[in-house]
Design a protein around this ligand. Structure first.
Ligand code: CMC
Length: 392
């Protein structure tokens, strides 16, 4: 027994030490392995950032080439795993499909799952980074009834993913470099965010020494929720709702302030940031660049900007330090790229994957790691005696 600290939602409980990501929520600072997110966004690539998060240092040219070619060699899915997609209904949401297929990887690689075997962990890391984009693209193809393409390993990770998602077997697929670069940037911005809900899930599941695939599959499902990764889809639904109601942001903001059931300003607020989310700043600029290229722009961008301006000057949001978070503008960019709303959270998962892997690996090699096992404050009945059915 003894004294138990009550901290619902772990608002103030440090469950681990970690050397991966630093956040200062008051100042709006985010760094991966010490490097400011702004510098990585400007100069790096998603594959390089993945290496940085997982191995702790920026790679040399040789290390980056080796890492890239290893990933390229593992992009294919087992043909039996491809058939797995047939078992889902046509309109299946791609997040549970993604999680199920990642979970199923544990059955295809049963010989190499031991979390204590570093070679196996390395192989699982590469397999995940290589195969999750393929799985994600197939989840999309399945939902629109198109054939699955085989990966083209002469392409980079993001380019390959775009081709697998939007390409057709009968036609050459022309990769739009602006789109590939923007997606790469968004993946960098999503790549890690210390002990968020999905990463904590990956750690908690992994703390029982469950394998990497099983742990990541659980993390994907934690990300699915609308308060976490699902927020990027929810933002777009919210903007569409406002547009359908005539585009009046005041009415919507008042509904939020009146705390109407289920009405929150999606894409606003954050457990840690009490300032503008540094990722949202970079994304807003990208949204402007990408959407200005589309003929006539996007009316939803205009609504989003008016909504942001309105909220930032309203006492309700100011007092509660609610600012736009990473999800506020991403949906608009994904939509402009041609992704359906349901798929947005899958894109978040693709970006977050290296962070999950880095945390799982850090935990497995940390001598302080113990199985996660929170305590509780019991509020149920005191002891009472069993009554036979006839007396109840
Ligand atoms: N709209 C309206 N009110 C809000 C919002 C919002 N988006 N976010 C927080 N509040 C209010 C909340 O009602 C509470 O008010 P009061 O003190 O009067 O009860 C106060 O602000 C504190 O909120 P909280 O729910 O205690 O804060 P939290 O740290 O538990 O929640 C959050 C953080 C991100 C879940 C929340 O801000 C939220 O629901 N935001 C909308 C969903 C969203 O955009 N999620 C994406 C987060 S960033 C990326 C990711 O993690 O995936």
């Amino acid at each position: 027994t003894g004294y138990i600290t009550y901290d619902p939602g772990f608002v103030n409980t440090g469950a681990t030490s970690s050397a991966i990501t630093y956040i200062d929520g008051e100042q709006g600072i985010l760094r991966y392995r010490g490097y400011p997110i702004e510098q990585l966004a400007q100069n790096s690539t998603f594959i390089e950032v993945s290496y940085l998060l997982i191995y702790g240092e920026l790679p040399t040219k040789q290390q980056l080439d080796d890492f890239t070619s290893k990933i390229n060699r593992h992009t294919l899915l087992h043909e039996d795993l491809k058939r797995f997609f047939d078992g889902f209904p046509r309109d299946a949401h791609p997040m549970p499909v993604l999680s199920s297929a990642v979970s199923a990887l544990s059955t295809f690689y049963q010989d190499s799952l031991d979390p204590a075997d570093t070679d196996n962990v390395e192989l699982s890391t590469i397999r995940l980074l290589a195969k999750v984009p393929t799985i994600a693209a197939y989840a999309y193809k399945k939902s629109i009834g198109q054939p699955f393409l085989y990966p083209d390993n002469s392409l980079g990770l993001v380019e390959n993913f775009l081709r697998l998602t939007f390409g057709l077997p009968a036609e050459p697929y022309e990769i739009d470099p602006t789109m590939a670069k923007a997606l790469d940037l968004l993946f960098i911005l999503h790549a890690d965010h210390e002990q968020n809900c999905s990463t904590s899930t990956v750690r908690l599941v992994g703390s029982s020494e469950a394998n990497l695939f099983a742990s990541i599959s659980a993390g994907i499902m934690a990300l699915f929720g609308p308060l976490h990764g699902g927020a990027n889809s929810a933002v777009l639904e919210m903007l569409e709702g406002i547009k359908a109601d005539g585009g009046d942001v005041d009415t919507f903001v008042n509904r939020v302030k009146n705390k109407e059931k289920g009405v929150r300003l999606m894409g606003f607020g954050h457990r840690v940031y009490k300032n503008y989310d540094p990722r949202a700043k970079i994304i807003k600029q990208t949204a402007d660049e990408i959407l200005s290229k589309i003929a006539g722009g996007d009316e939803l961008l205009d609504i989003a900007k008016r909504l942001e301006e309105r909220a930032l000057s309203d006492d309700y949001f100011v007092e509660r330090k609610l600012y736009p978070n990473v999800d506020f503008y991403t949906g608009l960019i994904y939509r402009a790229m041609g992704f359906p709303t349901q798929f947005f959270t899958v894109l978040f998962a693709l970006g977050r994957l290296p962070g999950w892997i880095a945390h799982w690996r850090e935990m497995m090699t940390d001598p302080a790691t113990k199985i996660g096992r929170p305590r509780q404050i019991y509020t149920g009945e005191k002891q009472r005696d069993y009554k036979p059915l006839s007396e109840r």
